[in-house]
Design a binder for this molecule. Structure first.
Ligand code: NAD
Ligand code: TYD
Length: 354
């Protein structure tokens, strides 16, 4: 079959990537979606079981840092669009192992950029290199009522956000230097199905289910803006098709929560759905040593995206959390497969000194 577009999605077996792959494969049967993923601890093909046999979907296991392989892929599949999500994504891991973050997030992005530049060979019409980044590159907002805009200066604090900031700069440099048609978006914290249970929400849902401690860093007063992952995927679809080359768009949920307040909502929801006494699992909350360099507050102003492209989150937070908790409780097998392996060993090592 001849496809009208051949799109390389990197990191498609991860949390956000799997939602983006699913959306594109289902919505655009005339696009060929090539999912390039190394399948690190965070990559899980079970996230894509429902679409893996689709005729417009191809999975390729490879490392984005492997330039020759990436370049061959560009040629073999005549790639004309890239949606780049592959990354090391967890701040706590970056504190323990910054090298892997620099390697994948910086060198891996560079390898993709260079492959696009070489393969497209200055024929950039109808080409698009879309890089997915995070609001964490902007640093921490210490004053209430302030927001990150697209003009906020970069001020990353963790090795994770430093590596993402560096990759964002390389993407923009490839536009400014070589004219590569790039777009960057910076999004707030995502939540929803298929998130690896090292991140706050799935970790806590699973711990409540098993009545294990809920490790709250510091005093639990840090603030994050939360966006339902399917709304992020919708924004990516819109921006990939309608976003302006060389632009940056912030994506957020207009939905800030202090960690401790969010945790109490999760506790209440899980208790209710599992038939535990309401709020009884609050006793599992355990305040532990704060994360090093823990950013106090992230909050996104996504008005540019709303005003220019008409995007808004579709789901209310209450609905999103209810759906998310239900999904994890109904997919215990998915969770068990993950938590029984490498991740569990890592988790034990990580919190043994807390
Ligand atoms: P994730 O950790 O769930 O998934 C990352 C995926 O990338 C995995 O499938 C993994 O196997 C793959 N990968 C890692 N290293 C690779 C390599 N060297 N080569 C090929 N594949 C590799 O991450 P996520 O939460 O889905 O995040 C996806 C992207 O979105 C990242 O770039 C992240 O920085 C960004 N982002 C995430 C959030 C969030 O809240 N999760 C918010 C904003 C931006
Ligand atoms: P996380 O899900 O790791 O996302 P990020 O660090 O990218 O924001 O963490 C969300 C917030 O929850 C962050 O402020 C750290 C905090 N947190 C805890 O208090 N305990 C935990 O066990 C984890 C994983 C996170």
């Amino acid at each position: 079959m001849k496809f009208v577009r051949n799109i390389l999605i990197t990191g498609g077996a991860g949390f956000i990537g799997s939602h983006v792959v699913r959306l594109f494969v289902n919505k655009y049967p005339d696009y060929h979606i090539i999912n390039l993923d190394k399948l690190t601890y965070a990559g899980n093909l079970a996230n894509l079981e429902d679409i893996e046999d689709s005729p417009n979907y191809t999975f390729v296991k490879a490392d984005i840092c492997d330039f020759d392989t990436v370049l061959n892929l560009f040629k073999e599949y005549a790639i004309d669009g890239v949606i780049h999500l592959a990354a090391e994504s967890h701040v706590d891991r970056s504190i323990k192992d910054p090298f892997t973050f620099a390697q994948t997030n910086v060198m891996g992005t560079l390898s993709l950029l260079q492959a696009a530049k070489v393969c497209w060979d200055d024929h950039f019409e109808d080409k698009r290199f879309y890089h997915i980044s995070t609001d964490e590159v902007y640093g921490s907002l210490n004053q209430e009522g302030t927001f990150f805009t697209e003009k906020t200066s970069y001020d990353p604090h963790s090795p994770y956000s430093a590596s993402k900031a560096s990759s964002d700069h390389f993407v923009r440099a490839f536009h400014d230097t070589y004219g590569l048609p790039t777009i960057v978006t910076n999004c707030s914290n995502n939540y929803g199905p298929y998130q690896f249970p090292e991140k706050l929400i799935p970790l806590f849902i699973n711990n409540i289910r098993h009545q294990k401690p809920l490790p709250v860093y510091g005093k639990g007063l840090n603030v994050r803006d939360w966006l339902y992952v399917v709304d992020h995927a919708r924004a990516i679809d819109l921006i990939f098709h309608k976003g302006k080359i060389a632009e940056t768009y912030n994506i957020g949920g207009f939905n800030e929560w202090k960690n401790i307040d969010l945790i109490k909502i999760i506790v209440k929801t899980v208790d209710r759905l599992l038939g535990f006494a309401p709020g009884s699992s609050e006793r599992l909350i355990t305040y532990v040593t704060d994360r090093a360099g823990h950013d106090l507050r992230y909050a996104i102003d996504s008005n540019k995206l709303k005003n220019e492209l008409g995007w808004e989150p579709s789901l209310q937070f209450e609905e999103g959390i209810e759906e998310t908790v239900r999904w994890y409780l109904e997919h215990q097998e998915w969770m068990d497969r993950i938590t029984s392996g490498e991740y569990e060993n890592y988790y034990k090592g990580m919190y043994s000194n807390r």
